[in-house]
Design a protein. Structure first.
Length: 261
């Protein structure tokens, strides 16, 4: 079994989807006007966080000018600007902002990954692309042997959580899991219990329209913290704040994940 560092290296080297590698490299060359002075990552994006995490977040895919630019999940775009403050308020992140992979941000008891590792055109990965990425998610699950709760950010992320648990021999009691913001389902196998929580994706589309509010998102991480506390008592880790100097003040048919991604 590979550790997280080895999995991350394999993700970055991955060429299972040549068209996606070409697309991410093209985006990195052409850039967005607002980021024309940035050096883009332009490769598959590995997971990020605490190797002993009890909570795992599974998102959709890197944003073309967010993670594909910075090389770290939910970093440098509007989705991250909504996610990391929530993680900070809940004690999972050392800072409320994420600018680049060298900004000193640290996660505690939290690991962030995604169903797809390359930025797809239109932010819509194909079923084949998701299938190619799925083995990396399984490997991360195996390496993170203290998982107690998994949060699917959007319908595709939540479906990826369900698939991982199914492949690893976990079963849900009735009712059958259905994506709905705030829904929680408990999966069990012979040795472990893991809770799966569904959340709307913190996309600009969802947050700007009020489909996902700050209070709704905070409730997701309050629930996750309660589950973690029951599993590990009062000794769960929390992130220490980063010093203020470390961050500023505050094609095939593609799966359409609008609204719930």
């Amino acid at each position: 079994m590979r550790d997280l560092a080895a999995i991350a290296a394999a993700v970055v080297r991955c060429r299972r989807c040549p068209e996606l590698r070409a697309y991410t490299a093209q985006v990195a060359r052409e850039k967005k006007r607002a980021h024309r002075d940035c050096s883009y990552w332009g490769k598959p994006v590995p997971g990020f966080g605490d190797s002993h995490a009890g909570m795992v977040l599974v998102g959709l895919a890197p944003g073309a000018h967010g993670s594909n630019r910075t090389g770290r999940p939910f970093t440098g775009d509007a989705s991250g600007d909504f996610l990391y403050p929530a993680l900070y308020r809940a004690g999972f992140a050392s800072a409320p902002v994420a600018r680049d992979r060298n900004d000193g941000l640290v996660l505690a008891d939290c690991y962030i990954t995604a169903a797809a590792r390359c930025a797809p055109p239109g932010n819509k990965p194909t079923p084949g692309e998701l299938k190619n990425c799925f083995p990396y998610l399984l490997e991360e699950f195996d390496a993170l042997d203290r998982i107690v709760v998994m949060v699917g950010l959007g319908a595709i992320g939540f479906n990826a959580v369900l698939r991982v648990l199914d492949r690893r021999g976990f079963a849900f009691g009735p009712p059958k899991p259905v994506f709905s913001h705030g829904a929680q389902y408990v999966a069990r196998n012979d040795r472990r219990t893991i809770s799966a929580i569904a959340s709307f994706h913190p996309s600009r589309q969802n947050t700007n329209t009020g489909k996902l509010t700050v209070a709704m998102f905070d409730a997701i991480f309050t629930l996750a913290k309660e589950i973690l506390a029951r599993a590990g008592g009062a000794d769960r880790p929390s992130a220490d704040p980063v010093p203020s100097s470390a961050h500023p003040s505050s094609s095939p048919e593609r799966l359409d994940s609008s609204g719930t991604r």
